[in-house]
Write a protein that binds this ligand. Structure first.
Ligand SMILES: [Zn+2]
Length: 307
């Protein structure tokens, strides 16, 4: 190990894996850039099959030597490489890190996907922002904060679980069991489900956020209500993160941000419209689609290098 992870004069090298709800992406990353990648469908219902698919995807790009970083939604015991709970990996306490270490005989890091992606966003901006906040709105809502190149983890590796901060006290029931979380209003899945509940059985409800937005734009009152509340939740959370962390950059990502291009502008305007705008002027940008895999790879390499 060690020096082999610096192939030729290119820089550092590692494999990053992003375990999504429908697909697994594994990428060979050299010096922050994706140089090869494989995809596998995420098998439903069976953690052993999901681990098999992750191993298979990683094998497609692994060189037999370099460390592997894996990101997945949910709560991860980073020290033991155990996925405690994840919507993308059924079951509880799945020993993903140990399984991959056994399969590849290299160091493996497993962590929450958005926190790893925040590191990838920091890399994509040249590793410059001293304070960077990544806000990801996809199926769920998550955030990651990078301070001086290191992601803020917290005591339980649960820092900046921003999707589960309170938007409406006592409000909508969230998938986490609490009421009123930002995610319960802004997450892609909750948005679709909220509209389906309002529409009832008489009309076909959209299955993606894009469909909800389209319906809202056509003037459907239920779709407008649901989408406007989602936007309010997202921009409120964005501002909260800005005033909490005073970042140089607020980087937006996730399927909802990518699927609704005007959302980034709405957030940018909201942040700029605050009376604090004379003091807090972060760059508000849409992030890199590679951040999840580059951040996972970099974190694994960095940890390995640190020994
Ligand atoms: Zn919640």
């Amino acid at each position: 190990m060690g020096k082999e992870c610096y192939p030729s004069a290119m820089g550092w090298s590692a494999v990053g894996v992003d375990v999504g709800g429908t697909k697994i992406r594994a990428a060979r990353v050299v010096d922050g850039r994706v140089v090869g990648e494989t995809f596998r469908a995420t098998p439903p219902d069976d953690p052993t099959m999901v681990m098999g698919a992750i191993t298979d995807a990683a094998a497609g790009v692994h060189d037999g030597r370099c460390p592997i970083g894996v990101g997945t939604a949910g709560q991860v015991d980073r020290h033991h490489g155990v996925v405690l709970t994840s919507p993308n990996l059924p079951g509880r306490n799945v020993p993903l890190g140990a399984a991959l270490e056994e399969a590849f005989s290299v160091p493996v890091v497993v962590d929450n996907d958005v926190r790893l992606a925040a590191v990838g966003e920091w890399l994509a901006l040249g590793g410059e922002p001293g304070v960077l906040v990544a806000l990801y709105v996809g199926t769920g809502v998550g955030a990651g904060v990078v301070l001086g190149g290191r992601v803020l983890a917290g005591v339980n590796n649960l820092a900046t679980e921003a999707g589960h901060a309170t938007f409406r006290s006592g409000g909508e029931l969230c998938g986490c069991g609490r009421r009123g979380c930002f995610e319960a209003y802004a997450g892609g899945r909750p948005v679709v489900e909220r509209l389906a509940r309002r529409i009832g059985s008489g009309q076909e409800a959209p299955v993606h956020v894009g469909g909800v937005v389209e319906l809202a734009e056509r003037g459907d009152p239920a779709a407008r209500e649901v989408w406007e509340e989602a936007v309010e939740a997202i921009r409120t959370l964005a501002w909260n993160l800005v005033v909490l962390y005073d970042p140089a950059a607020l980087v937006l990502g996730g399927g909802v941000v990518r699927g609704v291009p005007e959302l980034a502008g709405t957030i940018r305007e909201h942040v700029a419209a605050q009376v604090w705008s004379g003091f807090l002027q972060p760059r508000v940008v849409v992030g890199s689609p590679d951040a999840a895999v580059t951040g996972a790879a970099y974190t694994a390499w960095k940890e390995h290098e640190r020994g």
